[in-house]
Design a protein around this ligand. Structure first.
Ligand SMILES: *Cc1c(COP(=O)(O)O)cnc(C)c1O
Length: 397
């Protein structure tokens, strides 16, 4: 491995990497559990987990073992053949969710692309022109041309026109707007149960139920993007399971293999056989390596990790509510399980920088919110430590 100074890393970045990210002046060399270490030797408490990817923490011994063992056997073979790990992983996903069939890809955007394709394929085969996809104004679904078109926030779309047609947006939790937009030309309604990228905004149960009802009425598919909310993040395996609603499709990625790239689109009974040979595919999707690691993630999550999320989230949110009493710029504590947002009265960026100075990693959304996605293996004393760091950071504002 290299051992470059931060200045050298940044110099190479500035010269050779396209400038698509607003990066912090930080680089990391290694991690352990909930801690990650910068190249200049500082220890950070990681309350972002690579945006809900390393849910089992850094350098988890069982994940490392799984990576090593599979790397020694077989990294890749084509989907021309059967792939044992892919078959086993698909069963695990089915058992924890809709009991249907999965398509494997390599990222969240690709998982959503697969869902869009399935929905269009389904609608267009039912009836000419049945291809309208309804999503939400503040949603985030990825950066490919179709998934960014499905993303409601205009900042992700501007400059990339012309975009694919017949994607429309309605406001979060606005049942009458959704009802007015849904019609027989609709092939899918897409939503996140808790919007992550817009600042941790939950949907109401009645809104999600209305979406289900309208999908049933118009023979459209209810697609739930579980890329960020899935894999135990909110205290259940998948966030839709908090509500009495069954989607037709869920999409997964992020934490599915704890940092090894993978995505999945899982379709329930009604549409699990819509896609047929040659209708979709991926070279890397579901390869033996990524799927081996994802199987290990499922095994580890089963050892009480998911079950403990709710209590950990409660401890953290209670601590944040105590901070809200002290700091008047905190407007709201929201979220479920370990997906937590803090409403901030126009001081989010300042607070964010102060937290980084306290060696606490987190997320910020504009000036309005901070967001926390700690690894699910976080311990009680680490939650206390994060709250101490937050109190110190907030005191400087
Ligand atoms: C991260 C994310 C995506 C996109 O995933 P990529 O792997 O970056 O393509 C899509 N939807 C949601 C809800 C996400 O959080």
């Amino acid at each position: 491995m290299q051992n470059l100074s931060f200045e050298k890393i940044k110099e190479l970045n500035d010269q050779y990497i396209q400038n698509t990210y607003g990066r912090l002046p930080l680089a990391f060399s290694h991690g352990k559990g909930a801690y990650i270490y910068s190249t200049d030797g500082r220890e950070f408490l990681d309350f972002l987990a690579g945006i809900s990817v390393t849910n089992l923490g850094h350098a988890h011994p069982e994940i490392t073992r799984s990576i090593r063992e599979q790397a020694e056997k077989l990294l890749h073979c084509s989907n021309i053949y059967h792939i044992e790990n892919q078959s086993v992983l698909a069963e695990l996903i089915a058992q924890k969710s809709l009991g249907g069939k999965s398509f494997f890809a390599n990222s969240g955007a690709e998982a959503n692309e697969a869902a869009i394709k399935l929905a269009r394929y389904y609608g267009n085969h039912l009836k000419a022109g049945k291809n309208k996809i309804i999503s939400l104004h503040n949603s985030f679904h990825g950066r490919t041309i179709a998934s960014l078109t499905m993303t409601g926030q205009p900042k992700y779309r501007q400059g990339y026109e012309p975009l694919p047609g017949n994607f429309v947006y309605v406001h979060e939790n606005d049942e009458s707007e959704l009802e007015a937009e849904a019609d027989e030309s609709t092939c899918a309604i897409v939503l996140e149960i808790i919007q992550g990228e817009s600042g941790v905004h939950p949907m109401t149960e009645s809104f999600v139920k209305k979406a289900r009802e309208l999908c049933d009425k118009h023979d459209a598919l209810l697609i739930i993007d579980e890329i960020q909310t899935g894999m135990g993040r909110t205290g259940k395996w998948f966030a839709y399971q908090h509500y009495d609603v069954t989607p037709d499709i869920i999409t997964l990625a992020k934490a599915l293999a704890n940092g090894i790239p993978i995505g999945a689109m899982h379709a329930g009974d009604k549409v699990k056989d819509v896609l047929v040979p040659k209708s979709h595919g991926s070279t890397f999707g579901g390869n033996p390596f990524a799927t081996a690691v994802a199987i290990t993630v499922f095994q580890e999550m089963e050892k009480g990790v998911v079950d403990a999320v709710e209590a950990k989230g409660e401890q953290f949110r209670k601590g944040l509510k105590d901070l809200q009493q002290k700091f008047s710029f905190i407007t709201e504590v929201r979220g479920k399980g370990l997906m937590v947002g803090l409403g901030m009265d126009q001081v989010a960026q300042k607070a964010y920088q102060a937290c980084i100075s306290e060696q606490l990693l987190l997320g910020a959304i504009g000036e309005e919110a901070l967001r926390f996605l700690p690894p699910l293996i976080i311990e009680s004393r680490e939650i206390e430590l994060a709250l101490e760091k937050l109190a110190k950071a907030f005191a400087t504002i």
